[in-house]
Design a protein around this ligand. Structure first.
Ligand code: AMP
Length: 222
């Protein structure tokens, strides 16, 4: 079993890289943002409650998020290992994660921090969109579909943008939440000696190569 965290602000490429690692190594991507968006999509009372928080760019409360991950990592598809994408985001989540991993007898092998200049994050976030059918990610400037209006992967014609990506003000709130709360957990993992930094401003392929180098040196299960 091999478990890792991808840490970095919105737009730093965590989701993109998590999908690549998932394909290469059979570890499962656990994106708390995706889980919350699925709850919103389901129309549940919980989904309605979190939609307001997410659309404003704020963080959902720690207890809810900790419980969500505690339940998720016990599921059988996590047996080979997982990639946490978007969790932990606060010190309370980081310490709760340690406690739950210890309880389950699961290791935390590495925390990979994606380093990206703040100025380019806003452009990255506000320009991104995904194929509604297969979830492939695109960008208005950096990664357009090869044929306009057609998904490169599945040929679908419908695309969508995240509700919280369109509003520049909400994006700024998200980046501030990262700086004020999530960035504080970097020293926590640094002290444990498991933090590694990658240049998140390189191309998707080069970031992936850098991550592969780290995972290979740590002997990730193939
Ligand atoms: P993401 O897809 O990771 O950018 O997450 C989208 C939004 O979901 C965030 O802006 C938060 O409102 C919420 N969210 C996701 N993960 C967490 C978390 N671990 N703690 C608190 N809020 C979260």
């Amino acid at each position: 079993m091999f478990n890792l965290i991808l840490l970095g602000p919105a737009g730093s490429g965590k989701g993109t890289q998590a999908k690549i690692i998932q394909n290469n190594h059979g570890l499962i991507q656990l994106s708390t943002g995706d889980m919350l968006r699925a709850a919103i999509h389901s129309g549940s009372a919980f989904g309605k409650k979190v939609k307001k928080i997410i659309d404003a760019g704020n963080l959902v409360d720690d207890d809810t998020m900790i419980q969500m991950i505690a339940e998720r990592i016990k599921q059988s598809d996590c047996a080979n290992g997982f990639i946490l994408d978007g969790f932990p985001r606060t010190s309370a989540q980081a310490t709760a994660l340690d406690a739950m991993l210890e309880k389950e007898g699961m290791p935390l092998n590495v925390v990979i921090k994606m380093v990206v200049d703040k100025d380019i994050l806003i452009r990255r976030i506000t320009g991104r969109f995904t194929c509604t059918d297969c979830g492939e990610g695109y960008h208005d400037d950096f990664k357009k579909p090869k044929k306009k209006g057609t998904c490169d992967i599945c040929g679908g014609h419908e695309f969508s943008r995240r509700a919280d990506d369109g509003e520049e003000e909400a994006v700024r709130v998200r980046l501030k939440a990262y700086e004020e709360q999530t960035a504080l957990i970097v020293p926590y993992y640094e002290k444990k000696g498991i933090l590694r930094r990658v240049d998140g401003m390189a191309s998707i392929e080069d970031v992936s190569k850098e991550i592969e180098g780290i995972l290979t040196s740590l002997k990730v299960a193939a």
